[in-house]
Design a protein around this ligand. Structure first.
Ligand SMILES: [Zn+2]
Length: 173
């Protein structure tokens, strides 16, 4: 069941309780930084995040972030929908971990202040990291033109083989 997500979260407190945060947020509620990338801000972002302490008592956040974002394809400049369905695995530190710190495998370090932080900002950061570097259709219709171009090139090659001068050159040999 989707619950309303809190605005602020304290990862330590949630991890101590082994809290499970599952819910969704409307995309327009996220800041301009993300919305500027989008063609259309319709839709929701779903999160399903579990908070637990690791064996060194560091809070960890792991789970899934899922959404569909409408972007402008940078190849054909028409709107495209990209599906984000990304796993996250974060271990929370209050400051840069020392180089001697043994970090849990398969977890990315995230540095958060030792006080409640904005859940929306956290969601937005993870979403921006999950986006492809160049926004484009998964299968871009403009690729069809590329295929046509290749077919035309091949036709030209065939024509060149039929070049009468070349045929003449063969006869002379
Ligand atoms: Zn495209």
């Amino acid at each position: 069941m989707l619950e309303t997500l809190p605005k602020w979260i304290d990862s330590k407190r949630l991890a101590v309780k082994g809290h499970h945060l599952k819910g969704q947020v409307a995309i327009p509620k996220l800041s301009q930084r993300l919305c500027d990338i989008l063609y259309d801000t319709d839709g929701y972002v779903q999160i399903d995040w579990k908070f637990v302490l690791d064996d060194k008592k560091h809070p960890t956040i792991s789970g899934q972030i899922t959404t569909q974002l409408k972007i402008l394809c940078q190849r054909c400049l028409t709107p495209a929908v990209i599906t984000v369905n990304t796993k996250i695995a974060l271990v929370v530190f209050n400051e840069e971990p020392s180089q001697y710190e043994e970090l849990p495998l398969d977890y990315e370090v995230i540095i958060l202040p030792n006080k409640p932080v904005s859940l929306l900002t956290l969601i937005e950061n993870e979403l921006i990291l999950a986006l492809p570097i160049v926004a484009k259709h998964e299968i871009c219709p403009s690729n069809q033109f590329e295929i046509q171009d290749k077919a035309i090139e091949q036709d030209e090659v065939i024509e060149q083989d039929d070049n009468p001068f070349r045929v003449l050159a063969k006869i002379i040999k």
